[in-house]
Design a protein around this ligand. Structure first.
Ligand code: NDP
Length: 462
């Protein structure tokens, strides 16, 4: 996915923030070092009274890894972009300040809102359409609102400023090579399509279990929880790619239409006590590392009942998927890191008499880190020739040349919204989860607990 840059200046609002330092600048560095952002100007802005030197130091730190591996040209371009970069102190929510900066910068400008979500909303509301020069692109980070209504409100605010195809809602999971590999696997091979439906598939699980705990992110996470943080956008997007109809092309319109169509048919059925579960970790240890009780972590308000593990079962009401459960699960502080989509096929209709041993369903496993593809099949095992055994066909998938944020930024800089979440999809993801969030807030689904380092509450399958 390489084409000409349509953006001259990348303006990062929230220059001092965690996202900028840990993910955005390293993603940009990879692009720059590979000659895929030649001529771009980088500008940082934030409420901190930073000197130009402090900003340049931050860039240098975040570029360091890439710089150590870059060739001479790459090193030169990384140096150029850093040396030419400027920092502007401003309060983005104060009328006129961001508008004034936009007038000064050489356009077209991509404005990256690496800000707390409510600040991004206020910053956009502080802009008038005439403050935003033609060609400007607005790049929004997740979460896009906090429910369906606020997502609608945000979308209205954005589309009053620039056209929808100039709005990039970033879900960096769509920049992960293995997530995009779902498309190649499904639509560039004939053998899967005939069995990729309710007749042959029993269930689909999408799991993102982390062994990391809160890691000092209470300010954000305690107000979000696992359902909003992981399932709301990331896992729903993966589910959509697993379930979409074959698109005519993988351009932004066809692919995003296909995603929107499948999400519109998706819902979580009440009663939520049966179709959803939530839990929170208590004190424990992971690989010998002590993890405190979530409720006692600095910055956590235990009365909020924030879940650190969430599981929901969705249904997709269409011809292909009717009756097939899609189970989405994500949790923190678990004993085992597990990031994969697992497709479980139905059992064979009849196993010839005389076979013994394993008779387990076929499973296709798409790993999202490490990036792997595994297919579990039953075969005649060693020893007794009619005794069945399990074999796994496995492929290691090569990672993308770019980091996920590099892929996302390349889309922004080349004016291609393919990997960005479209307005209707952003709203639909909330439409799917809003009733669950309300039911949980009303206490209709109990908040279970699990010691950190385990696989979750005792009766949850790992
Ligand atoms: P941080 O709290 O670390 O950073 C927020 C930044 O916004 C700071 O630089 C802060 O500057 C700046 N800021 C706050 N208010 C203003 C203001 N009024 N005017 C100008 N600048 C302001 O947040 P993150 O970097 O973690 O997150 C940013 C966004 O990215 C969020 O939407 C988050 O959901 C999303 N995200 C973050 C991820 C991560 O791993 N961090 C992953 C995926 C998404 P100051 O400190 O000076 O106030």
């Amino acid at each position: 996915m390489t084409s000409q840059l349509t953006v001259k200046t990348l303006l990062i609002l929230g220059a001092s923030g965690d996202l900028t330092g840990r993910l955005l600048l390293p993603g940009l560095a990879r692009l720059v070092a590979r000659g895929r952002a030649d001529g771009l100007t980088l500008v940082g802005a934030g409420s901190d009274p930073w000197t130009a030197e402090q900003w340049l130091e931050r860039i240098e730190e975040s570029f360091a890894d890439e710089n150590s591996q870059a060739d001479t040209e790459g090193k030169h371009e990384l140096k150029r972009i850093r040396q030419e970069s400027t920092y502007h102190q401003l309060d983005v929510t104060a009328g006129g300040q961001l508008a004034g900066l936009l007038k000064e910068l050489e356009g077209p400008v991509a404005v990256y809102f690496a800000l707390p979500p409510h600040v991004s909303q206020l910053a956009c509301e502080a802009l008038a359409p005439e403050d935003v020069p033609a060609g400007t692109r607005l790049v929004m980070e997740k979460p896009f609102g906090s429910d369906e209504q606020s997502a609608r409100h945000l979308n209205k605010t954005l589309v009053a400023l620039v056209p929808e195809d100039h709005i990039h809602r970033v879900d960096h999971f769509l920049g992960k090579a293995t997530v995009l590999n779902i498309l190649g696997l499904r639509f560039a091979n004939t053998f899967l399509e005939p069995v990729w439906n309710r007749r042959y598939i029993e269930k689909v699980e999408i799991v993102f279990d982390e062994d990391l705990a809160l890691e000092g992110r209470a300010r954000y996470y305690d107000g979000a929880g696992a359902l909003r943080d992981m399932i709301q956008s990331h896992l729903l997007e993966i589910m959509a790619l697993m379930a979409i109809e074959p698109p005519a092309s993988v351009d932004e319109r066809d692919l995003r239409d296909a995603i929107a169509t499948v999400l519109r048919a998706s819902s979580i059925k009440a009663p939520y006590r049966q179709s959803t579960r939530r839990a929170r970790y208590t004190a424990g240890s992971i690989d010998g590392r002590k993890v405190p009780d979530y409720a006692k972590e600095t910055g956590v308000d235990p009365a909020r009942d924030t879940e650190t593990l969430a599981e929901v079962q969705l249904g997709i009401d269409n011809w292909r998927w009717q009756g097939v459960p899609f189970i989405l699960r994500s949790g923190k502080a678990l004993g085992t890191k597990r990031k994969e989509a697992v497709v479980t096929f139905r059992p064979v209709p009849h196993l010839p008499k005389g076979f013994s041993g394993v008779d387990a369903p076929n499973q296709l496993r798409i790993g999202f880190g490490p990036d792997t593809l595994k297919f579990d099949v039953d075969v005649n095992g060693p020893g007794d020739v009619l005794s069945l055994d399990r074999a796994t066909l496995q492929a290691e998938l090569s990672a993308s040349e770019l980091l996920p944020y590099g892929e996302v930024l390349e889309g922004v800089l080349t004016g291609d919204p393919l990997l960005s979440v479209r307005a209707d999809t952003a709203e639909d993801c909330w439409r799917i989860l809003d009733p669950v969030l309300k039911s949980w807030a009303a206490g209709h689904v109990p908040l279970e607990d699990y010691p950190a380092g385990t696989s979750g509450p005792e009766d949850w399958p790992a």
